[in-house]
Design a binder for this molecule. Sequence first.
Ligand code: UD1
Ligand code: UDP
Length: 388
Amino acid sequence: MKKVKVLSVFGTRPEAIKMAPLIKEIEKDESLESLVCVTAQHRDMLDQVMDIFDLKANVDLDIMQKSQTLTDITTRALIGLEGAFKALKPDLVLVHGDTTTTFAAGLAAFYSKIAVGHVEAGLRTYDKYQPFPEEMNRKLTTALADLYFAPTPYSRNNLLKENIPEKNIFVTGNTAIDCLSLTISDEYEFMEKSLNHINFEGKRIITMTAHRRENIGEPLEAICKAVKRIVEDNEDIEVIYPVHSNPAVRETAERILDGNKRIHLLNPLDIKDMHNLMNKSYFVMTDSGGLQEEVPSMGKPVLVLRNVTERPEGVEAGTLKIAGVEEDKIYEMASTLLHDEKIYSEMAIAKNPFGDGFASRRIVEAIKYHFGIINERPLDYTVNQLEN
Ligand code: UD1
Ligand code: UDP
């Protein structure tokens, strides 16, 4: 029988991390042919993931430019993808999440009349500009897709409310959780050598990341100022901040946080270092989407450096709290976590509403079901459901 050609398209670090376990699962299946096209909207941060998971691209569009605009990414990806689709002739294009690569790949596939499968479908804040441009990217991708792999029942319900046909939605869990079993280990030695000298037993370590487009400028300044105050006021605290490669993020982080011995600004870490670092930390502060999914299963509190989240399942589970982007509020919430043991332990409960490690397997089954290779629809991933 002719194999179904599945082309995974991605361009940034988080897409690559969350597509990696799925690509491995597609490669294992004899009825599917796995193809990969990277836009390389990110370059060094993407290559770091490709290397660690040993992923190879059939086509690399190499579109990244320094300080690129959304229009740069969209147009360069769209033009490149048209050629890639002509050359590779996929039966299905898989896109992930909500980046501009995701949207451009969905649009390019639609123009070429190729079916689109959307991994991590149905996340919403229902606020057009938060996160920007991700909320719009995922809504537009919903409009362009044919198959929807919703990570949780909550995201499935968002899609149902938007009249997406039930038969096209599969609840799979999040592939980010599939990754965790591949990365975390007890006696871990960091590739980033400086982390092997951190006193994880004697100090309380806060890991932070902050890079979102809507936080660049004043909000990121406020975040960094709050972090600086937290470190200055608590001698047993050290902060580790692997800084995104975006020059605008680096400039602010370095200007405000450089020079304090208990604040460590690092280059982007590889995913194994990152997961093991978070697993050894006291708590995490972040504006990242991926971290909000990963950290709840490590039993560490997370302060979310945003005004809204599209991942309310983690708030409901008690691990995530929205700290916003104002200096005083972030400072106060972090201080409470540091000094109130009851609040800390209420948040530090390992709960994982985002997946059970089998999301990739379910997505492969759903693809095979869609193409008539198997007759049985895969069972949905179920968790205690948050009402929406
Ligand atoms: C992008 C996604 C965002 C995702 C984030 C994950 C869009 C619009 N944004 O945001 O949804 O959460 O990735 O990190 O799709 N750069 C490098 N090397 C790299 C990567 C980036 O130098 O490997 C620099 C470049 O100057 C680039 C800039 O960072 O122009 C911004 O990158 P870009 O992909 O446009 O936006 P992100 O903020 O990374
Ligand atoms: N991550 C990483 N190295 C880092 C920072 C983050 O490997 O230095 C991982 C993190 O564990 C998660 C993903 O990258 O899996 C999140 O990506 P990012 O923060 O770039 O994007 P977002 O989640 O905001 O879309």
